[in-house]
Design a protein around this ligand. Structure first.
Ligand SMILES: Cc1cc2nc3c(=O)[nH]c(=O)nc-3n(C[C@H](O)[C@H](O)[C@H](O)COP(=O)(O)OP(=O)(O)OC[C@H]3O[C@@H](n4cnc5c(N)ncnc54)[C@H](O)[C@@H]3O)c2cc1C
Length: 512
């Protein structure tokens, strides 16, 4: 289908774009979603860890460069549903404290332009839209919830139930990870973990199966796949976004819209604004502040395998518990460290790319005795950490921060896991070229000289442009970003709906 006119054009069908469309769809506005990727089709590769982790079957044909000019293939996925097609489906709220400035050993976060209470009802709606499974009252850092989770938690497998007990006996507080997975449906398709495995509509609650599916129930919403947006065009004054230019099946096309909603992911959304520079906006769109592309954040992540020679871990998926014992402080009254959660169960085929010299069969024997964890610390926003263009090259100049906290988190967990019966705890930091939790490049704020968009995602420089993906997060916190992206997008949809109503009544839009 081609269209050249819509009330609202949404760029990207990932967590931000799909959730936004779901929120606005009941308004009746004519919404066109332009998505660069295609729907992810089922195939034997979908549950083949060798295809996924060794041959990179689902990775994009794309090259970015680091600050030193070294090319790399980013783990950034272009499908209908975006990165959520491969995500771990941990759908966790930021803690209330994350909205306020936090003092870490290496620096301070700036806080948000509003408090947790403002986003709380939207978190509840996002949990309903993504069918989150969880249980309140287990996590001591849990923020207030006005609604409970729509479904009970995904069940621990026996080895994980045993681990939960052992961690609790060491004085820790393991909690059921809030998850978007219908575990029966997932396992029916194949007995594998879901973390970093593609979802072929087999039980993962992702942007395609939940947000987009809900939006497309409305006749006024349409999705164009294989539609790669290349530029936004403004009026002569550089104020209103007039048209979105995209490439589809070898043609360059334009679509005009009253409101344009950018949700191409934190790297690509910033690039689109920069590449759309014109005579009236020579530094790029929404960039009077000069902040577009800056404050790139991505979490400090370390994978850990804890080995117990005397315990077999026969779990299939494993990823059902988390720990926030070091989230608000270091467990001894010092500055915060971060979150801990299980990884999807690691197998020989998954570990092989990290230990190429080892036979896969030997790694299978090892991983039958490992319990696999992810340690996650906040990445602090810095203007020097940025995505930018060098000609047509995407440069990702990420400056990881807050490493004192991250190293201490790893040390504390090593200690705790040894006490819980794992004499050997191996760790490996995540590859810097894996921008899975990318955010912050078009941050929200109250001051137009320091932020490209306001607290509702509206661009200060363009009243008809909203940004609703992970770009707008002013801080990365130390929990997975998707639920916060969805909650913000649903909230922005409400603002756009008010704009459209006001437009009918002849009232000008206001920043909130
Ligand atoms: C392996 C993996 C595991 C993860 N696990 C978790 C987890 O457990 N919990 C969690 O909260 N988060 C997790 N994440 C992160 C999560 O997926 C992202 O935070 C989330 O998807 C961000 O939403 P977004 O809308 O910003 O971007 P995306 O969801 O990536 O959506 C961007 C969309 O825009 C499209 N697009 C890009 N450029 C263009 C263009 N020029 N024109 C048209 N369309 C375009 C893309 O194809 C994509 O569909 C994980 C990510 C990965 C990769």
């Amino acid at each position: 289908m081609k269209a050249d006119q819509a009330d609202v054009v949404v760029i990207g069908s990932g967590m931000g774009g799909a959730s936004f469309a779901a929120g606005l769809a009941p308004s009746g506005a004519r919404i066109v979603i332009l998505e660069r990727g295609e729907r992810l089709a089922d195939s034997p590769h979908a549950r083949d860890p060798r295809a996924i982790f060794q041959r990179g079957h689902y990775r994009p044909q794309e090259t970015w460069h680091d600050a030193a000019g070294v090319p790399f293939n980013p783990g950034n996925y272009y499908y209908v549903g975006g990165n959520t097609k491969l995500y771990g489906a941990v759908l966790m709220r930021y803690r209330a404290e994350d909205f306020r400035p936090i003092a870490y050993a290496d620096g301070e976060t700036p806080g948000w332009p509003f408090a947790y209470e403002e986003l709380e009802p939207w978190y509840g709606r996002a949990e309903a839209l993504y069918h989150v499974r969880g249980r309140l009252g287990e996590d001591p850092t849990e923020p207030p919830h006005s609604t409970s989770y729509p479904f009970p938690p995904v069940k621990d497998e026996p080895a994980i139930a045993d681990l939960r007990g052992r961690l609790a006996r060491e004085g820790l507080h393991p909690f059921s990870l809030p998850l978007g997975v219908d575990i029966e449906r997932w396992l029916e398709r194949g007995k594998t973990p879901w973390d970093a495995f593609p979802d072929t509509n087999a039980g993962k609650m992702d942007a395609e199966t939940c947000g987009l599916a809900s939006a497309l129930e409305h006749e006024n919403v349409s999705l164009m796949t294989g539609a790669r947006v290349v530029r936004l065009e403004t009026d002569a004054a550089g104020r209103r976004i007039e048209r979105v230019v995209y490439e589809s099946r070898g043609e360059t096309l334009r679509i005009a819209a009253d409101i344009v909603v950018l949700a191409a992911g934190a790297v690509n959304s910033a690039i689109l604004l920069l590449v759309s520079a014109n005579a009236a906006r020579p530094n790029g769109l929404a960039n009077a502040s000069g902040q577009v592309g800056r404050h790139f954040m991505n979490h400090n992540l370390t994978a850990s395998i804890a080995v117990s020679p005397f315990r077999v871990n026969d779990s299939v998926y494993q990823k059902t518990i988390g720990l926030n014992d070091f989230y608000l402080d270091d467990g001894r009254g010092g500055p915060p460290l971060g979150n801990v959660q299980m990884l999807g169960k690691v197998s020989g085929a998954i570990l092989k790319p990290e230990l190429r010299w080892a036979p896969e069969a030997a790694l299978d024997i090892l991983t039958r005795r490992t319990f696999d964890f992810l340690f996650m610390s906040e990445d602090l926003p810095s203007p020097e950490s940025r995505v930018r263009l060098d000609g047509s090259r995407v440069i990702l100049d990420w400056r990881p921060s807050n490493m004192t906290a991250h190293k201490l988190l790893v040390a504390r967990m090593r200690e705790a896991l040894r006490a819980a019966g794992f004499p050997l705890v191996l760790t490996k930091p995540f590859d810097r070229r894996t921008p899975s939790h990318q955010c912050g490049t078009i941050r929200m704020g109250s001051d137009p000289s320091r932020a490209p968009v306001g607290p509702d995602g509206r661009a200060f420089d363009h009243p008809n442009l909203f940004v609703v993906d992970a770009s707008v997060l002013p801080t990365s916190a130390a929990v997975n970003p998707s639920l916060t992206v969805a909650a913000l997008a649903l909230r922005a949809a409400e603002r756009v709906r008010a704009d459209l109503d006001n437009r009918s009544a002849g009232v000008a839009p206001t920043q909130r």
